[in-house]
Write a protein that binds this ligand. Structure first.
Ligand code: PMP
Length: 305
């Protein structure tokens, strides 16, 4: 944490070392935290925070599902995110807003509903799956660990506890010498990566598992869906069988951290020509073009710092 100067903690920017929480925090004992990952980019027309308002909306939705009262308005949180980036002298950044239940006494149902800590961290973070991965593709595997089943811990809500599943998927992938793990749902169909959504290019179409599958409906996923339509690339949300992925022409993963990362190999099977395919390149160019002034932002996604 040494390079993090100021953290927004319960309403004010404070020195990082002063931002501490209780060992009695409900979030530590029972996993009751929700969070976001957001990126700010340097663009030719100044710094922007990508889809900041949409991320804060998803944060509130996640908090609502777990009945965590968020005592700040969306506008206050949006402004707090901007302040945190600026206070750390950053122009591009990875932002981590985190809302967690604090010391509300032991017991699964918290005794004090208002013991909530809200934190916003801003830091530098490069390519999540590596620069080479971003350019030339990563090696992935389908893990034996399945993704969270529907109607258990909801995979569509971004809660800290969901990342226990992601850790199992991520560790297994690394144990097998891969950069990232892809999980199937308990229905045996393709779901998502440990921290990324997945897209499969096959027979001239881009496929991605539907929103009701065991996935987090990523904001990058929705960005890619819009950009694909803009580019005239047919994209369909549909159930994808495991074997379809091995025969795909291209596979790529998306996420705020991972951005748009090609997958060049899955379970030691080379995908397409084994690099970044032409459709993935088109999507990447359109995506990064937003921050290079090359893709027109017709959707109000680039929120000025
Ligand atoms: N799935 C999971 C499990 C994730 O952790 C993430 C990263 N937040 C995503 C998908 C992609 O979501 P987004 O594009 O909103 O970052």
């Amino acid at each position: 944490m040494s390079d993090i100067n100021k953290i927004w903690f319960n309403g004010a920017l404070r020195p990082a070392e002063e931002c501490t929480v209780s060992v009695m925090s409900h979030a530590l004992h029972y996993g009751s935290s929700v969070f976001e990952g957001i990126r700010a980019y340097d663009t030719p027309s100044g710094s922007v925070v990508f889809r900041l308002t949409d991320h804060i909306k998803r944060l509130r939705y996640s908090a609502d599902v777990y009945r965590i009262p968020l005592r700040y308005s969306d506008e206050e949180l949006v402004e707090a995110c901007r302040e945190t980036i600026k206070a750390n002298g950053l122009t591009s950044a990875y932002l981590r807003p985190l809302v967690m239940r604090g010391n509300s006494g032991l017991g699964v149902i918290p005794k004090d509903m208002d013991a909530i800590d809200v934190v916003i961290i801003a830091m530098k973070w490069g390519a999540y799956l590596g620069e080479d991965g971003l350019r030339n593709g990563i090696r992935a595997c389908i893990t034996s660990w399945q993704r969270l089943a529907p109607n258990t811990i909801p995979p569509g809500v971004k809660a800290g506890g969901n990342y226990l599943s992601s850790q199992l998927i991520g560790w297994e992938a690394r144990d097998r010498g891969c950069d990232e793990g892809i999980a199937l749902g308990t229905d045996g169909l393709l779901s998502e990566g440990a921290g990324e959504n997945i897209f499969v290019v096959t027979n001239g179409r881009i496929l991605t598992p539907p929103g009701a599958a065991s996935i987090l409906k990523g904001i990058t996923r929705s960005t890619v869906m819009t950009l694909a339509a803009e580019l005239g690339l047919p994209l369909v949300e549909q159930a994808i069988a495991r074997e379809q992925i091995y025969g795909a022409d291209e596979v790529f993963m998306t996420g705020t951290a991972a951005e748009v990362t090609p997958v060049r190999q899955i379970d030691h099977i080379t995908i397409g020509s084994g690099g970044c395919g032409p459709v993935t390149r088109q999507i990447q160019d359109a995506f990064f073009g937003l921050f290079e002034g090359k893709t027109e932002d017709r959707w109000g996604w680039l929120e000025p710092l």
